[in-house]
Design a protein around this ligand. Structure first.
Ligand code: AMP
Length: 353
């Protein structure tokens, strides 16, 4: 177990790092946050900060030498950066989990290797690939860039109105995946943790609503049967066990109209749809992640209330400044851009089920 007063390094300094740093501080640890943006929200909370590029290997190594263990808050970290750092300090979650999640094709193949159901998909590198595959995947479908897509970015909905030029332009961003469009009943996510001893703890599945590809709300309990809740947790459990994962993982799922749970994607980090745990559980996802990567016993994951988490997006912050019936979490960002995550609120009520 990491000694009190040790330093946890965090790559990326956004709101997830800010909340991780808060949890680490509470557990008696220092944090050192690395991010290129001098205005990173996590810098206010971390004991140490380094402003630098993820391409600056000299600076990354210097940073790594100050850390006793290292974690990250976002997926798009260059491989070379991780390989350099790994020579110096242990990284959790391990880089294999990150590499799988960085590439939508690798991710789908990985899910298939575990016999998990995914939507039908095809790899698309050219317009010829697209023309061939659309016959099988059919319309409507979604063309997604394999890498660096988040919050609905890098996605093109394919309908009978889509033009060849739109597809060709989209493909300029790099290799893509064509996914059949699933008319799902609900979107769910499971936030699960595993430590190096192999202990696994899940939080209750949350029911998510997205608007324009961005998470808008998460509600617990999800309005699905206990059996489906357990099915969802088993899927997430298979993923963490097969990866010998260490840390918190977010798994996004679709529930079909005929009650099948289809896995969409995974994020090897704390997750926006797990923010409800801050006010619904004694041990939230941030503390759970710090526990997992520092070699502590995992917290119990029990939920004590019903919660709806709402994201505060763009310049809507003022609507939430004076509310008194929800716990507010602002990220300290000064510039509100459309769709930018500025904070979130948790509406809490007594547990019903
Ligand atoms: P993703 O980046 O894959 O999580 O996609 C963002 C959001 O787009 C999801 O949360 C869904 O609301 C929607 N979406 C993504 N893939 C599909 C799909 N194959 N069928 C229907 N909706 C999808």
């Amino acid at each position: 177990m990491l000694k009190a007063g040790s330093t946890i390094g965090i790559l990326g300094g956004g709101q997830l790092a800010r909340m991780l740093a808060g949890a680490a501080l509470k557990m008696g640890y220092h944090t050192h946050v690395y991010d290129p943006n001098p205005k990173s929200p996590a810098f206010e909370i971390s004991s140490l900060k380094t402003i630098g590029s993820f391409e600056d290997h000299g600076l990354l190594k210097k940073f790594a030498k100050t850390c006793d263990v290292l974690t990250y808050e976002f997926e798009n970290i260059p491989h070379k950066a991780l390989e350099e750092i790994e020579q110096i300090v242990q990284i959790f979650p391990r880089k294999t989990s990150l590499y799988i999640s960085q590439d939508r094709i690798k991710e789908k193949q990985f899910f298939k290797s575990l016999n998990l159901e995914t939507v039908e998909y095809a790899t698309i590198c050219s317009f010829e690939d697209f023309s061939k595959s659309i016959k099988q995947i059919k319309i409507p479908s979604i063309l997604k860039t394999c890498r660096e897509g988040y919050d609905g970015k890098g996605q093109l909905l394919i309908t009978n109105k889509t033009k060849k030029k739109d597809v060709e332009e989209h493909l300029l961003q790099g290799p893509c995946i064509l996914e059949s469009f699933l008319k799902f009943e609900k979107e769910l996510s499971v936030i699960i943790a595993r430590n190096d001893n192999g202990d696994v703890v899940s939080f209750d599945p949350g029911e998510n609503v997205h608007k324009s590809g961005i998470l808008y709300s998460t509600t617990v309990p999800s309005q699905i049967s206990k059996t489906l809740q357990i099915d969802s947790i088993i899927i997430a459990g298979k993923i963490v066990n097969s990866l010998k994962y260490v840390g918190v993982l977010g798994v996004e799922l679709f529930l079909t109209h005929d009650d099948r749970v289809v896995v969409n994607e995974m994020a090897p980090r704390v997750h926006n749809s797990g923010h409800w745990t801050q006010n619904g559980c004694a041990i939230d996802q941030f503390e759970q992640h710090i526990r997992a990567i520092s070699g502590h016993a995992l917290g119990d994951g029990e939920r004590y209330s019903d919660v709806t988490m709402i994201n505060i997006l763009g310049d809507t912050t003022k609507n939430f400044r004076n509310i008194t019936n929800a716990a507010v979490h602002f990220y300290g960002k000064d510039e509100a851009r459309p769709g930018r995550k500025m904070g979130h609120v948790n509406y809490v009520s007594p547990k019903t089920s």
